[in-house]
Design a protein around this ligand. Structure first.
Ligand code: NCD
Length: 305
C-alpha cells in the first residue's frame, strides 16, 4: 500500500489503516532480513542527518537502507559544519535533496521537522525534533507491542519518567490512541508531567488516562514503557540531578507479572540490569524491531511497496 503522504514528521499524520499497513510491511521485512536482504532500493540513497547525538536511530536507519540494497550518506555530530556555519534548515534540505532520494533528520528544535518537510524536494522522515515527535520510534514501539502482546486493541500501557520532554511517549500516545479500548497510566514527577498537547488528545478521543507519582501504581498493565530523564532539555542542571533517578525499575517490580517492559534506550540507570534476564524485558527485541519497521517505511515512502 502506498502511504497518503510524502513526508513523515508526526504520528498525528497516521490513521489506523496507515499504521496497520506499515506494521504488516514490517513483518514482511523481518522475513527479508532473515533471507539476507533485498535489492528493492538498489540505486537509492538515504541521507541521514543527525544534528543531535544518536546511536540507535541513526544506525537503525542506515542498517535498514543497507538491508534494502540502498546506500547511505551521513552527516552527524558536532562536525556537522553547515549548522555551525549558520545555514538554515531550509537551505540544508534544498542542498541535501539534490544528493539523496530520501532524508532522515534529527534536530534539537521542536518544529524543525515540519520546516524541513515543507521545503524538502525528496521524502523526509523526522528522526526526532527536540521534545516534539519521534514517529519512527513510535512505529517500532507499536510493532513491538503487537509482537509481544499479540494485539494493539485493549492495551493498557504505563509510561514512566520524563513524560514532558520525552518525545517517544508523545508520538506513541497519538498512535496507540488510534486503537480500541487502550488506556494509559502516566507515572512522572509533577515537574515532568505529560504535556497538554497529549492529554488534550486523550480527552478528545475519550481515552482513559490516570496520572500517578509512583511506579507501583502502574504495574497492573500490559506494557511498562520506561524513559530516560532528558538531561539535554533542562536549563537548570540541579533540577535534572534532583529528578533524574526518581524511578528505578527493579526485577522485583515485574517478576512473575504478565507485563512487557519497553524502553526506547539509552537507559541511564532507570532499569537495573537484573531486569534484562526476565522474559518481561523486551527492550533489546524492541531495538531489533526498529530495523524492519524502518525498512518498511523507507520502501513505502519511496513508492516501492
Ligand atoms: C530516544 C530519543 O532519542 O528520543 N531514543 C531513541 O531514539 N532510541 C529516547 C532518549 O533519547 O531518551
Amino acid at each position: 500500500m502506498s502511504l497518503p503522504f510524502r513526508h513523515l514528521t508526526s504520528t498525528k499524520q497516521l490513521t489506523r489503516s496507515d499504521t496497520d499497513a506499515i506494521l504488516t510491511a514490517a513483518a514482511d521485512m523481518e522475513k527479508v532480513i532473515v533471507k539476507g536482504g533485498t535489492d528493492l532500493l538498489k540505486g537509492k540513497i538515504l541521507a541521514s542527518l543527525f544534528y543531535e547525538p544518536s546511536t540507535r536511530t541513526r544506525l537503525s536507519f542506515e542498517t535498514a537502507m543497507h538491508r534494502l540494497g540502498g546506500r547511505v550518506i551521513t552527516a552527524d555530530g558536532l562536525q556537522f559544519s553547515s549548522l555551525y556555519k549558520g545555514e538554515s534548515i531550509e537551505d540544508t534540505m534544498m542542498v541535501v535533496g539534490q544528493y539523496a532520494d530520501i532524508i532522515a533528520m534529527r534536530h534539537p528544535e521542536q518544529g524543525s521537522a515540519d520546516r524541513a518537510a515543507a521545503v524538502s524536494p525528496v521524502p523526509f522522515i523526522n528522526a526526532g525534533d527536540g521534545p516534539g515527535q519521534h514517529p519512527t520510534q513510535a512505529l517500532l514501539d507499536m510493532f513491538t507491542i503487537l509482537k509481544e502482546r499479540g494485539t494493539l486493541d485493549g492495551i493498557h500501557i504505563t509510561m514512566v519518567g520524563d513524560l514532558k520532554f520525552g518525545r517517544t511517549v508523545h508520538s506513541l500516545s497519538f498512535l496507540l490512541g488510534l486503537y480500541k479500548d487502550v488506556s494509559f497510566t502516566l507515572v512522572s514527577p509533577k515537574e515532568l508531567k505529560m504535556p497538554e498537547k497529549v492529554t488534550s488528545f486523550y480527552k478528545e478521543k475519550n481515552i482513559t488516562f490516570t496520572e500517578v507519582e509512583s511506579i507501583e501504581e502502574g504495574l497492573d498493565a500490559d506494557v511498562l514503557y520506561m524513559t530516560r530523564v532528558q538531561k539535554e532539555r533542562f536549563t537548570d542542571s540541579s533540577e535534572y540531578e534532583r529528578l533524574k533517578l526518581k524511578y528505578i525499575l527493579k526485577a522485583s517490580h515485574v517478576k512473575g507479572r504478565d507485563i512487557t517492559v519497553l524502553h526506547p534506550l539509552p537507559r541511564v540507570g532507570e532499569i537495573v540490569t537484573d531486569v534484562d534476564q526476565l522474559t518481561n524485558a523486551a527492550y533489546f527485541r524492541q531495538v531489533k524491531n526498529g530495523v524492519a519497521t524502518r525498512m518498511a517505511l523507507l520502501a513505502m515512502l519511496l513508492g516501492k511497496l
